[in-house]
Design a protein around this ligand. Structure first.
Ligand SMILES: [Zn+2]
Length: 281
């Protein structure tokens, strides 16, 4: 995996680990909480700073502004400043030929399918349902799910995307779910793992979500956190609500739950901060 040629200009301490450097170099699309940035393994005085310098900065926030050329300063896990000509004692990433989107989150991925990339280049949605989320997904083993999530997350980091949502619709067995989480965690990316449906007799969705939460997600303050990927389904939404999980739901015209959507959109869907809609119009 390349580092996009963006190397810190100040020498970092010997304690900086591989993931920190890798994530730092890939942080052109900076998230609001970049825990992986230049984190030393040993204690040092003051915050750890990274300065993304000289890019086209698009914050999409009127209070911050958009800039043809500006800098983004990250202190520890937070974006501390967005403006032109920031001076700071920091590891510097040259973004002079790049677009910087501080706070950007890529909210829609099915990373397990990364290994199938290019399999269906001319397919339409019906082909995708038949071949990818249908036939191929049924044959996934846990190790396939793991490698799909790992390489999908690494590709995102390599493209400068540091924060993503993975709608993991291959929970064919609990071992698949364990493998999906392992792939995300080992990549070093910041991710919401949206535990979703699977297929076959070994599928335990959604009941396995409580085991996953207890096993892997005891804290909300970690790089990979848990959500529930659902259909437009009241019981699933109530389960997520009981466990305090965000809900990720595909909302498209052909969705079988579209009647439910018509009834409930005004009441819940667009009023509930815990609900994220994919394909929303
Ligand atoms: Zn999707």
């Amino acid at each position: 995996m390349g580092d996009n040629g963006a190397k810190p200009s100040r020498s970092t301490t010997a304690g900086v680990d591989r993931r920190a450097l890798l994530t730092s170099a890939a942080a052109v699309l900076a998230s609001t909480a970049l825990e992986g940035i230049a984190r030393p393994a040993v204690a040092q005085r003051g915050p750890v700073r990274t300065l993304i310098k000289g890019g086209v900065v698009l914050s999409y926030d009127p209070a911050v502004g958009d800039f043809a050329r500006a800098d983004v300063l990250i202190e520890d896990r937070r974006i501390a400043a967005v403006r032109p000509d920031i001076s700071a004692d920091a590891a510097v990433i040259d973004a002079s030929r790049m677009i910087v989107l501080p706070g950007f989150i890529d909210t829609h991925h099915h990373f397990y399918q990364s290994a199938l990339r290019n399999v269906l280049p001319n397919g339409v949605l019906a082909d995708y349902f038949r071949d990818i989320s249908g036939a191929a997904t049924n044959h996934y083993r846990p190790e396939d799910a793991y490698i799909g999530n790992l390489i999908g997350a690494l590709r995102s980091l390599d493209a400068g995307i540091t924060t993503i949502t993975d709608l993991s619709q291959v929970s064919n067995t609990p071992e698949h779910s364990d493998a999906l989480i392992k792939g995300l965690t080992e990549s070093g990316i910041r991710a919401i793992y949206a535990y979703s449906r699977g297929s076959g007799p070994g599928a335990k969705y959604p009941d396995d979500v409580e085991r996953l939460q207890k096993t892997y997600f005891s804290s909300a303050d970690q790089l990979v956190t848990l959500a529930l990927g659902t259909a437009v389904n009241k019981e699933q939404w109530l389960l997520a609500r009981r466990l305090g999980l965000r809900i990720f739901t595909h909302v498209v015209g052909g969705n079988r739950g579209v009647g439910f959507v018509r009834v409930w959109i005004p009441k819940i869907l667009f009023a509930d901060p815990l609900v994220e809609r994919a394909h929303r119009a």
